[in-house]
Design a protein around this ligand. Structure first.
Ligand SMILES: [Zn+2]
Length: 296
Protein backbone atom coordinates (compact mmCIF):
# COMPACT_ATOMS: atom_id res chain seq x y z
CA UNK A 1 0.00 0.00 0.00
CA UNK A 2 1.26 3.46 -0.93
CA UNK A 3 -0.38 6.68 0.14
CA UNK A 4 -0.54 10.42 -0.63
CA UNK A 5 -3.04 12.43 1.39
CA UNK A 6 -6.32 10.55 1.27
CA UNK A 7 -5.32 8.76 -1.94
CA UNK A 8 -3.65 5.34 -1.93
CA UNK A 9 -3.27 2.19 -4.00
CA UNK A 10 -2.82 -1.49 -3.42
CA UNK A 11 -2.13 -4.40 -5.77
CA UNK A 12 -3.66 -7.86 -6.02
CA UNK A 13 -1.79 -10.49 -8.03
CA UNK A 14 -4.00 -13.28 -9.33
CA UNK A 15 -2.67 -16.79 -9.95
CA UNK A 16 -2.66 -17.98 -13.56
CA UNK A 17 -5.56 -20.27 -14.50
CA UNK A 18 -4.98 -24.04 -14.84
CA UNK A 19 -3.77 -25.21 -18.26
CA UNK A 20 -2.91 -28.48 -20.04
CA UNK A 21 0.37 -29.28 -21.76
CA UNK A 22 4.10 -28.96 -21.23
CA UNK A 23 6.98 -26.70 -22.23
CA UNK A 24 10.12 -27.98 -24.06
CA UNK A 25 11.95 -28.31 -20.73
CA UNK A 26 9.20 -30.54 -19.33
CA UNK A 27 7.56 -27.97 -17.07
CA UNK A 28 3.76 -27.67 -17.14
CA UNK A 29 2.48 -24.78 -19.26
CA UNK A 30 1.48 -21.94 -17.01
CA UNK A 31 0.37 -18.38 -17.80
CA UNK A 32 1.88 -15.37 -16.00
CA UNK A 33 0.67 -13.89 -12.71
CA UNK A 34 -1.81 -11.09 -13.38
CA UNK A 35 -1.83 -7.86 -11.36
CA UNK A 36 -4.83 -5.63 -10.68
CA UNK A 37 -4.61 -2.31 -8.85
CA UNK A 38 -7.14 -0.65 -6.56
CA UNK A 39 -6.62 3.12 -6.39
CA UNK A 40 -8.73 4.45 -3.55
CA UNK A 41 -9.73 7.51 -1.58
CA UNK A 42 -11.68 7.65 1.65
CA UNK A 43 -14.90 6.43 0.00
CA UNK A 44 -14.45 5.68 -3.71
CA UNK A 45 -12.06 3.50 -5.69
CA UNK A 46 -10.96 2.67 -9.24
CA UNK A 47 -9.93 -0.87 -10.22
CA UNK A 48 -7.60 -1.69 -13.13
CA UNK A 49 -7.18 -4.74 -15.42
CA UNK A 50 -9.54 -7.16 -13.65
CA UNK A 51 -8.32 -10.42 -15.16
CA UNK A 52 -9.77 -13.15 -17.31
CA UNK A 53 -11.61 -16.05 -15.66
CA UNK A 54 -14.58 -16.22 -13.32
CA UNK A 55 -12.35 -17.72 -10.60
CA UNK A 56 -9.95 -14.79 -10.90
CA UNK A 57 -12.86 -12.32 -10.80
CA UNK A 58 -14.12 -14.00 -7.64
CA UNK A 59 -10.74 -13.85 -5.87
CA UNK A 60 -10.10 -10.27 -6.96
CA UNK A 61 -13.65 -9.19 -6.15
CA UNK A 62 -13.42 -10.53 -2.59
CA UNK A 63 -10.14 -8.66 -2.09
CA UNK A 64 -11.68 -5.45 -3.45
CA UNK A 65 -14.78 -5.87 -1.28
CA UNK A 66 -12.50 -6.14 1.76
CA UNK A 67 -11.28 -2.60 1.10
CA UNK A 68 -14.77 -1.25 1.81
CA UNK A 69 -14.81 1.33 -0.98
CA UNK A 70 -17.37 2.20 -3.65
CA UNK A 71 -15.82 1.13 -6.98
CA UNK A 72 -16.80 3.79 -9.52
CA UNK A 73 -14.71 2.71 -12.53
CA UNK A 74 -12.82 -0.27 -13.91
CA UNK A 75 -9.98 0.80 -16.21
CA UNK A 76 -8.56 -1.49 -18.94
CA UNK A 77 -5.00 -0.82 -20.18
CA UNK A 78 -5.19 -2.71 -23.51
CA UNK A 79 -7.25 -5.14 -25.51
CA UNK A 80 -5.66 -8.52 -24.67
CA UNK A 81 -8.26 -10.76 -23.06
CA UNK A 82 -6.17 -11.68 -20.01
CA UNK A 83 -6.61 -8.08 -18.84
CA UNK A 84 -10.37 -7.70 -19.12
CA UNK A 85 -12.50 -10.75 -20.03
CA UNK A 86 -13.69 -10.80 -16.38
CA UNK A 87 -14.50 -7.07 -16.36
CA UNK A 88 -18.23 -7.65 -16.82
CA UNK A 89 -18.49 -9.77 -13.66
CA UNK A 90 -16.74 -7.15 -11.54
CA UNK A 91 -18.62 -4.23 -13.14
CA UNK A 92 -21.84 -5.99 -12.20
CA UNK A 93 -20.71 -6.92 -8.67
CA UNK A 94 -19.66 -3.36 -7.82
CA UNK A 95 -21.98 -1.35 -10.07
CA UNK A 96 -18.95 0.20 -11.80
CA UNK A 97 -18.41 1.66 -15.26
CA UNK A 98 -15.74 0.19 -17.59
CA UNK A 99 -13.34 2.83 -18.97
CA UNK A 100 -10.71 2.54 -21.72
CA UNK A 101 -9.11 4.49 -24.53
CA UNK A 102 -10.72 4.39 -27.98
CA UNK A 103 -7.80 2.30 -29.26
CA UNK A 104 -8.20 -0.23 -26.44
CA UNK A 105 -11.92 -0.55 -27.14
CA UNK A 106 -11.16 -1.33 -30.78
CA UNK A 107 -8.63 -3.99 -29.68
CA UNK A 108 -11.15 -5.45 -27.20
CA UNK A 109 -13.48 -6.22 -30.10
CA UNK A 110 -10.60 -8.01 -31.81
CA UNK A 111 -9.97 -10.10 -28.69
CA UNK A 112 -13.64 -11.12 -28.57
CA UNK A 113 -13.33 -12.32 -32.15
CA UNK A 114 -10.17 -14.30 -31.26
CA UNK A 115 -11.66 -15.84 -28.09
CA UNK A 116 -12.98 -19.10 -29.57
CA UNK A 117 -9.76 -19.62 -31.57
CA UNK A 118 -7.40 -19.05 -28.66
CA UNK A 119 -8.51 -18.22 -25.12
CA UNK A 120 -11.42 -20.66 -24.86
CA UNK A 121 -9.20 -23.45 -26.20
CA UNK A 122 -6.68 -22.90 -23.40
CA UNK A 123 -8.68 -21.85 -20.34
CA UNK A 124 -11.93 -22.91 -18.68
CA UNK A 125 -14.37 -20.52 -17.08
CA UNK A 126 -13.94 -17.32 -19.05
CA UNK A 127 -17.25 -15.48 -18.53
CA UNK A 128 -19.29 -13.79 -21.27
CA UNK A 129 -17.24 -10.79 -22.40
CA UNK A 130 -19.32 -8.17 -24.21
CA UNK A 131 -17.36 -4.98 -24.85
CA UNK A 132 -18.97 -2.43 -22.54
CA UNK A 133 -15.97 -0.11 -22.15
CA UNK A 134 -16.49 3.59 -22.79
CA UNK A 135 -14.10 6.44 -23.44
CA UNK A 136 -13.90 9.51 -21.19
CA UNK A 137 -13.50 13.13 -22.40
CA UNK A 138 -9.84 14.04 -23.05
CA UNK A 139 -8.88 10.58 -21.70
CA UNK A 140 -9.26 11.89 -18.13
CA UNK A 141 -11.43 10.99 -15.19
CA UNK A 142 -11.17 11.66 -11.47
CA UNK A 143 -11.22 9.88 -8.14
CA UNK A 144 -12.32 12.12 -5.26
CA UNK A 145 -10.90 15.12 -7.13
CA UNK A 146 -7.59 13.47 -8.09
CA UNK A 147 -6.80 13.25 -11.82
CA UNK A 148 -6.50 9.86 -13.50
CA UNK A 149 -5.03 10.31 -16.98
CA UNK A 150 -5.16 7.69 -19.74
CA UNK A 151 -2.01 7.99 -21.85
CA UNK A 152 -1.89 6.34 -25.29
CA UNK A 153 1.61 4.94 -25.83
CA UNK A 154 1.13 2.97 -29.06
CA UNK A 155 2.41 -0.51 -29.81
CA UNK A 156 4.04 -2.58 -27.06
CA UNK A 157 2.87 -6.18 -26.41
CA UNK A 158 -0.27 -5.32 -28.42
CA UNK A 159 -1.44 -2.54 -30.70
CA UNK A 160 -2.85 0.59 -29.05
CA UNK A 161 -1.47 0.08 -25.54
CA UNK A 162 -2.36 2.68 -22.94
CA UNK A 163 -1.26 3.34 -19.36
CA UNK A 164 -2.98 5.11 -16.47
CA UNK A 165 -1.09 8.00 -14.88
CA UNK A 166 -1.99 9.05 -11.34
CA UNK A 167 0.13 12.20 -10.83
CA UNK A 168 -0.81 12.66 -7.16
CA UNK A 169 0.64 9.22 -6.35
CA UNK A 170 3.62 9.36 -8.75
CA UNK A 171 2.08 6.17 -10.11
CA UNK A 172 1.71 4.62 -13.55
CA UNK A 173 -0.43 1.53 -14.11
CA UNK A 174 1.59 0.29 -17.07
CA UNK A 175 -0.34 -2.77 -18.26
CA UNK A 176 2.00 -4.73 -20.54
CA UNK A 177 4.29 -1.84 -21.54
CA UNK A 178 6.55 -2.45 -18.51
CA UNK A 179 7.14 -5.88 -16.92
CA UNK A 180 8.44 -6.80 -13.48
CA UNK A 181 10.15 -10.16 -13.01
CA UNK A 182 7.99 -11.88 -15.67
CA UNK A 183 8.79 -12.92 -19.25
CA UNK A 184 7.58 -10.38 -21.81
CA UNK A 185 5.14 -11.20 -24.61
CA UNK A 186 7.11 -10.17 -27.70
CA UNK A 187 5.17 -12.19 -30.27
CA UNK A 188 3.41 -9.17 -31.75
CA UNK A 189 6.78 -7.54 -32.40
CA UNK A 190 7.77 -10.33 -34.83
CA UNK A 191 7.07 -7.92 -37.67
CA UNK A 192 8.52 -4.46 -37.12
CA UNK A 193 10.86 -5.18 -34.22
CA UNK A 194 11.05 -3.51 -30.82
CA UNK A 195 11.45 0.15 -31.82
CA UNK A 196 7.77 0.99 -31.19
CA UNK A 197 7.94 -0.73 -27.79
CA UNK A 198 11.06 1.24 -26.84
CA UNK A 199 9.20 4.42 -27.81
CA UNK A 200 6.31 3.38 -25.55
CA UNK A 201 8.74 2.88 -22.65
CA UNK A 202 10.12 6.38 -23.27
CA UNK A 203 6.57 7.77 -23.04
CA UNK A 204 6.05 6.08 -19.66
CA UNK A 205 9.40 7.36 -18.40
CA UNK A 206 8.51 10.91 -19.52
CA UNK A 207 5.60 10.86 -17.05
CA UNK A 208 8.20 10.77 -14.27
CA UNK A 209 6.65 7.99 -12.17
CA UNK A 210 8.12 6.82 -8.87
CA UNK A 211 5.97 3.68 -8.83
CA UNK A 212 4.93 1.39 -11.68
CA UNK A 213 2.44 -1.43 -11.44
CA UNK A 214 2.95 -3.90 -14.28
CA UNK A 215 0.21 -6.08 -15.71
CA UNK A 216 2.42 -9.10 -15.08
CA UNK A 217 4.68 -8.96 -12.06
CA UNK A 218 6.28 -11.12 -9.43
CA UNK A 219 4.45 -10.13 -6.26
CA UNK A 220 7.64 -10.46 -4.22
CA UNK A 221 9.28 -7.54 -6.08
CA UNK A 222 8.81 -3.83 -5.34
CA UNK A 223 7.27 -1.34 -7.79
CA UNK A 224 10.27 0.94 -8.28
CA UNK A 225 9.77 2.80 -11.57
CA UNK A 226 13.44 3.28 -12.42
CA UNK A 227 14.31 -0.39 -11.94
CA UNK A 228 11.32 -1.78 -13.83
CA UNK A 229 11.89 0.59 -16.77
CA UNK A 230 15.58 -0.31 -16.95
CA UNK A 231 14.92 -4.03 -16.74
CA UNK A 232 12.21 -3.87 -19.41
CA UNK A 233 14.63 -2.13 -21.79
CA UNK A 234 17.33 -4.67 -20.96
CA UNK A 235 14.98 -7.58 -21.69
CA UNK A 236 14.35 -6.17 -25.18
CA UNK A 237 18.09 -5.67 -25.75
CA UNK A 238 18.72 -9.27 -24.70
CA UNK A 239 15.96 -10.48 -27.03
CA UNK A 240 17.56 -8.65 -29.96
CA UNK A 241 20.92 -10.21 -29.13
CA UNK A 242 19.56 -13.75 -28.73
CA UNK A 243 17.61 -13.46 -31.99
CA UNK A 244 20.99 -12.92 -33.66
CA UNK A 245 22.87 -15.67 -31.84
CA UNK A 246 20.26 -18.44 -31.41
CA UNK A 247 19.13 -20.36 -34.48
CA UNK A 248 16.00 -22.02 -33.11
CA UNK A 249 13.02 -21.25 -30.90
CA UNK A 250 14.16 -23.84 -28.36
CA UNK A 251 17.64 -22.30 -28.31
CA UNK A 252 16.14 -18.88 -27.64
CA UNK A 253 13.87 -20.31 -24.93
CA UNK A 254 16.76 -22.01 -23.14
CA UNK A 255 19.08 -19.01 -23.47
CA UNK A 256 16.49 -16.62 -21.99
CA UNK A 257 15.92 -18.95 -19.04
CA UNK A 258 19.67 -19.03 -18.47
CA UNK A 259 19.75 -15.21 -18.35
CA UNK A 260 16.51 -14.87 -16.39
CA UNK A 261 16.33 -17.93 -14.13
CA UNK A 262 13.92 -16.29 -11.67
CA UNK A 263 11.50 -14.79 -14.20
CA UNK A 264 7.96 -16.16 -14.05
CA UNK A 265 5.68 -16.94 -17.01
CA UNK A 266 7.74 -19.33 -19.10
CA UNK A 267 4.66 -20.18 -21.16
CA UNK A 268 4.84 -16.63 -22.52
CA UNK A 269 8.55 -17.07 -23.22
CA UNK A 270 7.80 -20.21 -25.24
CA UNK A 271 4.88 -18.68 -27.18
CA UNK A 272 7.09 -15.66 -27.93
CA UNK A 273 9.98 -17.85 -29.14
CA UNK A 274 7.71 -19.91 -31.40
CA UNK A 275 6.16 -16.78 -32.90
CA UNK A 276 9.42 -14.88 -33.46
CA UNK A 277 11.17 -17.84 -35.07
CA UNK A 278 8.02 -18.98 -36.91
CA UNK A 279 7.64 -15.61 -38.63
CA UNK A 280 11.34 -15.62 -39.49
CA UNK A 281 11.30 -19.19 -40.86
CA UNK A 282 8.01 -18.98 -42.79
CA UNK A 283 8.01 -15.55 -44.48
CA UNK A 284 5.17 -16.44 -46.85
CA UNK A 285 2.68 -17.12 -44.05
CA UNK A 286 0.37 -14.71 -42.25
CA UNK A 287 2.23 -13.58 -39.08
CA UNK A 288 -1.02 -13.30 -37.11
CA UNK A 289 -1.79 -16.94 -37.91
CA UNK A 290 1.71 -18.02 -36.88
CA UNK A 291 1.33 -16.13 -33.59
CA UNK A 292 -2.06 -17.70 -32.92
CA UNK A 293 -0.79 -21.22 -33.57
CA UNK A 294 2.20 -20.57 -31.30
CA UNK A 295 -0.21 -20.62 -28.35
CA UNK A 296 -1.82 -23.97 -29.19
ZN1 LIG B 1 -1.08 -9.42 -20.47
Amino acid sequence: MNQAGNLAYDVFVNDPPPQDGFLPNGEPKRFSPMASTLIYGSEDAVLTDPGMTADQAHALGDWVAGKGRNVTDIFITHGHGDHWFAAGLLAERFGARVVASAGTITQMHGSVATRPLLWDKLYQGIPPSPVTGMTVPDNRFTLEGHDLVIVDVGHADADDNSVLHVPDLGLVIAGDVIYNGVHMYLAQSAVGGFRPWRDAIDKVEALGPRHIVCGHQNERLDDDAKRTIEQTRQYLDDADELLRTENTAVGYFNAKIERYPDHLGRLILWVTARALYGVRERPGENPAQITLSSWL
